[in-house]
Design a protein around this ligand. Sequence first.
Ligand code: AMP
Ligand code: ZN
Length: 498
Amino acid sequence: MSLNIYNSLTRTKEAFKPIHEGWVGMYVCGPTVYSDVHIGNIRTFVNFDVVYRYLLAKGYKVRYVRNITDVGHLEGDLDIGGEDKISKKARLEKLEPMEIVQRYSNGFQHKMEMFNTLPPSIEPRATQHIIEQIEMVQEILDNGYAYEVNGSVYFDTKKFSEAHNVYGKLSGRKIEELLSETRDDLKKQDEKRNPTDFAIWIKADPTHLMRWPSPWSIGFPGWHLECSVMSTKYLGQTFDIHGGGTDLKFPHHENEIAQNMGACGCAPAKIWMHANMLLMNGRKMSKSDGNHITPDQLFTGDSPHISKAYTPMILRFFMLQAHYRSTLDLTDQALQAAEKGYKRLMEAYENVNQLSTNQRRVETDLKKEITEGIAAVWEEMDDDFNAPKTLARLFELATRINALKDGHLPMADVDQETVGMLQEVFKKFVEEVFGLRQEDAAGAADDTLDRVMQLVIDIRAQARANKDWPTSDLIRDQLAEAHIQLKDGKEGTSWSKS
Ligand code: AMP
Ligand code: ZN
């Protein structure tokens, strides 16, 4: 089975072939930490979490780099004239910019844990890589694709386009049209040679809080530059996958490609993946126009957009129901449906772990159907990470699992191998790839069974210490009947479901 990935750059699905066999380098643009994340941001990171998890499930060794933007992201779409988002927040709240960064980075990590997304292998911050950013600005200047005006350095998109016919390729824009756009609202328009040029080093005005010395001025790097620099540093000049939300295609990713090519003459990523937007009631979820919901509002139900509280895993399941390249509309009704779906899937996961048989080998139609169904689960995910279709395949298997458990299908039609394969595919996809876990009604990971098992293990240890062998044996035998195995080791007794 081979993985196919839709490449935004070529607009086709391509067979995935990593640069170094067995290894994958993946870079995803992370958050700008100047405010709390909303559910829209979370969708993008959950989507790439599933990509990361699936690559791991397929046996790749993955270096997953997701940055934290803590400098250079200016207000509004303009890359000059606007105020740095973090500096502005720090000024308004009379705090150090790094206090703002720490507060919202902590909040972001906490939310990522709640939604059970795996931490990336490296989470670099832009302010930790100022030296490397200055070096890349110098390389671009040396290659003639940038120019300095009054202490700021701009990327020369016209000159770059004349040398490399790639500017606009990713976002499908034509450089001639972009160049003819004039914008009166650019404060420093007069410094730029062409309207599409963008700042890669910005001279700090006297009130600007975050500033570093450079050969051109005391200033700070442009937002696009950090991703070019940090992806190169940790993944090499050309790496396998670059991801982000569709809203980052232009100008952020287009400019990243230009910078990398301008510096080293090579394209950064082989595959560009873009995750589509989360909508709410049909409109893009976004903070600026109030059409958004925070994770906390979702967990408490305290929002005019929803009728009740929903847990993190319900939201995660909800997100898995749409392909990452499609938009997804968050409505109360859709969340209620996701709640039902999530419960059904987790029930089937519990049921599959309770199936057991002594049959060594059978050849039946049911076994054949189940084997084919399991292969289909992998095939759907191999088709550009099609999570909704993969879920649908799991539900087809779930119907059979539930029927076997309830006696509507004969257990005699399956053997140990089939039951083992079913248990494995559910563990692989529900837990490892989709990152879904059991949680209690309040959304906390459900550790009730762990606690009860610890109590049972303690009682058995006490019985053994008292040489009360009948009680100790009774506990072990009864647990075995419930498919729970105890294992006595040096570190004490552990348990597992068989
Ligand atoms: P920001 O912190 O604004 O740089 O955004 C962080 C990430 O969230 C980016 O990759 C955006 O593409 C993504 N994002 C912002 N709004 C949405 C949305 N409504 N749906 C999905 N992703 C979003
Ligand atoms: Zn980026």
